[in-house]
Write a protein that binds this ligand. Structure first.
Ligand code: HEC
Ligand code: HEC
Ligand code: HEC
Ligand code: HEC
Ligand code: HEC
Length: 398
């Protein structure tokens, strides 16, 4: 089906040679495709044929990774770097490091005015599909490389799983030259150049967990690789990260209660930016349904109430202030505390619950994309970014 549709489109676009021209203006792809630098291509050109993948990508945070589209990154970028629509802005006197990951097409040509060309497209088709070789996250002298700096990018050939000759029955090749590269596209290498900073400490820089990132984040659906690459913005993903179980024994008037949290992922929970955080909410109810015991005094909870219940990474700068972003390799000295669940970790939290007439004990693991101070700061954020999500829960009834 897909193949037939793509083949028909291919005939329309390449043989007919009109559709792209009409849709996107005078691109010169028909003339001498091999001389085009693929990084200048707009995703819309790929999307004209790869419609489903294009729609999935558009819904992803990769398509919204620049300061023009992501309200959270945008808010912080404007504060620490400057306007994303101005050319020549710098961070600490240098080209803003952020753009190597958040706006790769702009970073390739060291531009900062993101409303030009295809710079606003964020992590686009050509970012991943031109990554030819992963160099690692340190250069020869031991300095940290960021995002696209970690890759050798091809200026001539798209990288694809098979690089196969397209539509042999038409004696046709892909409209843009392609070469096979499964070492890149079928392993975590295509992800860790931008993501490893958030996963691993400097002592284990090139660790790549197995299974590969793609096996969970890019499942094959109807023979096609799903490109929505969901994460913290997806409730479905959040609910598949941690197993929550609950045990309790009565000792006199006290219910000795244990909550077990088991991370079933090969990476941290919560993973990603240090903005992500989670906490365990433990509550007990009477027969009448009244709340008779809880592990927090107030809501939103404060970590001093029940420190063991908080799962977060707190990163500080040289002067000890909390940093919401990590534009560098994390080392031990940058970390004030890290209470996230480590890969595959099983952790037990212990409580003594004392109250009369308890009939229900409920444990809920609550996930937040953003901490409360960030939510309060950027007041225009929508509910899908600010509402807590239940990542897992367990309940015992007596
Ligand atoms: C004129 C239509 C057309 C355009 C434009 C186009 N493609 Fe394709 N592409 C195809 C067809 C047809 C296939 C074969 C699909 C199949 O057989 O399932 C293909 C296959 C691919 C493959 C997989 C090759 C493999 O190894 O299996 C990749 C990756 C790819 N295209 C990326 C891109 C990117 C990135 C762009 C934009 C720069 C793009 N394509 C633009 C038609 C197009
Ligand atoms: C060029 C750098 C780059 C590459 C390569 C890259 N990413 Fe990302 N990724 C980002 C950036 C930047 C964001 C954050 C976007 C934002 O929130 O502003 C992101 C966001 C994500 C998210 C979060 C989605 C959400 O809902 O918040 C996931 C999951 C993810 N990437 C997985 C992957 C996987 C898997 C791969 C490899 C197949 C990959 N990334 C390759 C830069 C990259
Ligand atoms: C974050 C990196 C990333 C981005 C962005 C990305 N791709 Fe892919 N793409 C991959 C990976 C990885 C695979 C191979 C997965 C595999 O074979 O296991 C792939 C596979 C493909 C394939 C092969 C067919 C299939 O279903 O497996 C096509 C076609 C394709 N991508 C087109 C696109 C287009 C078009 C865009 C932009 C709209 C895009 N990709 C954006 C990483 C990316
Ligand atoms: C076994 C499945 C699995 C594998 C393998 C996996 N992940 Fe995840 N990932 C998840 C789930 C489920 C979540 C949601 C829970 C969380 O945020 O920790 C997630 C979350 C994330 C996030 C956080 C998104 C956000 O919005 O903050 C990023 C980034 C991410 N993964 C990247 C990767 C990368 C890169 C790899 C490969 C090195 C990888 N993941 C491998 C399942 C997986
Ligand atoms: C090495 C690559 C890299 C660099 C450099 C980088 N980021 Fe990011 N950034 C990412 C990735 C990957 C994510 C997504 C992590 C996740 O899903 O939680 C992200 C997420 C974020 C988020 C959270 C977005 C959200 O939707 O909640 C903010 C804010 C942010 N970055 C700001 C910045 C700023 C500002 C800079 C520059 C000072 C910067 N980043 C530099 C890769 C990078």
């Amino acid at each position: 089906m897909l193949r037939t549709r793509l083949t028909i489109l291919y005939q329309l676009v390449i043989k007919g040679g009109v559709l792209l021209f009409c849709l996107f203006g005078p691109t010169n792809i028909h003339a001498t495709p091999t001389t085009l630098d693929p990084h200048q291509l707009s995703t819309a050109i790929c999307g004209a044929c790869h419609q489903d993948i294009f729609a999935q990508w558009q819904s992803s945070m990769h398509a919204q990774s620049t300061a023009l589209s992501d309200p959270v990154h945008g808010g912080i970028y404007k504060e620490v770097v400057g306007s994303p629509t101005t050319e020549g802005i710098t961070l600490k006197g240098a080209y803003p490091v952020c753009l190597n990951c958040h706006a790769p097409n702009a970073a390739l040509v060291t531009k900062t005015k993101l409303d030009d060309a295809n710079y606003h497209e964020g992590v686009s088709c050509v970012t991943c599909h031109t990554a030819k070789h992963f160099k690692g996250i340190f250069d020869d002298k031991g300095a940290v490389l960021f995002g696209i700096q970690t890759y050798l990018l091809s200026n001539t050939h798209l990288q694809s799983p098979s690089g196969r000759y397209l539509a042999p029955e038409l004696d046709a090749t892909h409209p843009f030259p392609m070469e096979p590269n499964q070492t890149m596209l079928r392993t975590s290498q295509v992800c860790v150049g931008c993501h490893s900073q958030f996963h691993v400490l400097a002592s284990e820089p090139n660790t790549q967990p197995t299974p590969t990132c793609q096996s969970c984040h890019m499942p094959k659906i109807n023979e096609s690789t799903h490109h929505a690459i969901a994460g913290g913005h997806s409730e479905v993903m959040i609910k598949r990260a941690v197993i929550v179980t609950l045990e309790t024994q009565a000792e006199g008037k006290t219910l000795k209660t244990q909550v077990h949290l088991q991370n079933i992922l090969p990476h941290y929970f919560p993973d990603g930016s240090p903005l992500r955080n989670a906490y365990l909410k433990l509550t007990a109810y009477s027969k009448e349904g009244q709340l008779v015991w809880h592990n927090f005094q107030s809501f939103p909870p404060v970590d001093t109430d029940d420190p063991q219940a908080f799962l977060s990474l707190i990163v500080v700068n040289e002067t000890g202030d909390v940093q919401p972003i990590l534009p560098h390799q994390i080392t031990e000295k940058d970390i004030r505390s890290d209470t996230r669940l480590r890969p595959y970790e099983k952790r037990t939290l212990r409580y003594e619950i004392t109250a009369d007439n308890i009939t229900v004990i409920r444990a809920e693991l609550i996930y937040n994309l953003l901490p409360y101070d960030v939510i309060n700061k950027f007041t225009e954020l929508t509910g899908d970014l600010t509402n807590p999500v239940v990542a897992g829960m367990a309940e015992i009834r007596f």
